[in-house]
Each structure stands twice: as structure tokens, then as C-alpha cells.
Ligand binder design. Structure first.
Ligand code: AMP
Length: 191
């Protein structure tokens, strides 16, 4: 079973690439950000809680995020593979994911990071904000906070999987097709 973490800062193109990858490799796409936005659009209790963090550019607490992720995986038994987009975002989330997959007799196949410099991601997020309707994409202070959260809490996840020789980085600047090509090469090399 392919368990792929698509990694990178906000605005690095994870969502766009994940959409192409799920089609090519027939994977289940799990985006915790999309799941939270779905809860918000349905005005659920979970959505309201998540929104209070997302609007500040902060991470939603681990306990809430991990429980939601676990349920999504458990609700989809027998899938050929999963692409994790925007999860794990903390080392605690990574450890919980490793434990859960080990219980299922599987594990992370690899983590692929899309490498994009800060000034480029801010530009991209602001541009996306013009059409995404996402309030966290429209305010520069919120975007800066999201980048800070990524640097302080999320980049250690790269090192967590690097210790097991499972992390790799690809250049996230270029056309969608060119980056997709590099991703496919990296995935096919995972075996
Ligand atoms: P994204 O769509 O992945 O950029 O996520 C948007 C927002 O949702 C983030 O800024 C966080 O507030 C929240 N979020 C998404 N995934 C996670 C996660 N794995 N852990 C904590 N918060 C998350």
C-alpha cells in the first residue's frame, strides 16, 4: 500500500499536485485542510472550533486533527494507497500516523517536499485568495503566521522521516506538468 505524504509550505502546490496524483495512481486523497473547510461549510461544532484557529493562521490542535484523520482512514478500508496532503503538520501527528499505520500492518512509503521560497509562496497565496474565497489566503498577517507555524512546527516532520531515509525534496518552482513529472519519477522510485 502506497502511503505518500505530500509535504511543503502553504501555497507550495500540494493540493494541485495531489489532484493529479490521485488520478494517476488511484489513491485516496486526504487533505485535512479540505476536511476542516467542509466542516466549516456545514457549520458543525468541529468546523467552528477549527475556524477559530484557521482564521488566526494557527494549527488546529493535534488531538482534534489526529482523531479526524484516523476516522477518515478507518472509514476507507481496502484502498490501494493514500496521499496525505497537509498532514502530518507536527511531529506528534507524524508519530500518531506511524502508530496507526503500524497497527494496520503498513507504514509511510515516503515524504516528498515541494521546495518553494517564502516570497514566492506569499505571492501565490495572495493570488489564490482572489478566487478561493479563503479568508486565510487574503490577509498578509495571517499568511505570515501560517508560514511561521510551518517553519517552527511542521519542518521537523521532514527530519522525522529523513531519519528513516524516507524524506526527499523536489523543486516546487516550474510548470504544474514539470513538477508533476518530477513527483511521478520520485514515486515510481519508491518501489
Ligand atoms: P491547508 O488547506 O492545508 O493550507 O490548511 C488550512 C488550515 O487548516 C491550516 O492553516 C491550519 O489552520 C488547518 N490545518 C490543516 N491541516 C492541519 C493539520 N494537519 N494540523 C493542524 N491544522 C491543520
Amino acid at each position: 500500500m502506497l502511503n505518500l505524504i505530500l509535504f511543503g509550505p502553504p501555497g507550495s502546490g500540494k493540493g494541485t499536485q495531489a489532484a493529479h496524483l490521485v488520478e494517476k495512481y488511484q489513491l485516496l486523497h486526504i487533505s485535512t485542510g479540505d476536511m476542516f473547510r467542509y466542516e466549516i461549510s456545514n457549520s458543525t461544532e468541529l468546523g467552528q472550533l477549527a475556524k477559530s484557529y484557521m482564521d488566526q493562521g494557527q494549527l488546529v490542535p493535534d488531538s482534534v486533527t489526529i482523531a479526524m484523520l484516523r476516522k477518515r482512514v478507518e472509514d476507507n478500508p481496502g484502498v490501494g494507497g493514500i496521499i496525505y496532503d497537509g498532514f502530518p503538520r507536527t511531529v506528534a501527528q507524524a508519530e500518531a500516523l506511524d502508530e496507526m499505520l503500524a497497527e494496520m500492518g503498513t507504514g509511510i512509503s515516503g515524504l516528498i517536499a515541494l521546495d518553494v521560497p517564502d516570497d514566492e509562496i506569499t505571492k501565490r497565496i495572495l493570488l489564490r485568495g482572489q478566487s478561493s474565497g479563503r479568508s486565510d489566503d487574503s490577509d498578509e498577517a495571517t499568511i505570515r503566521k501560517r508560514i511561521d507555524e510551518y517553519k517552527s512546527k511542521t519542518t521537523p516532520v521532514f527530519d522525522h522521516y529523513a531519519k528513516a531515509g524516507k524524506s526527499l525534496k523536489i523543486n516546487g518552482i516550474g510548470s504544474v506538468e514539470a513538477i508533476f513529472g518530477q513527483l511521478c519519477e520520485a514515486i515510481d522510485a519508491l518501489g
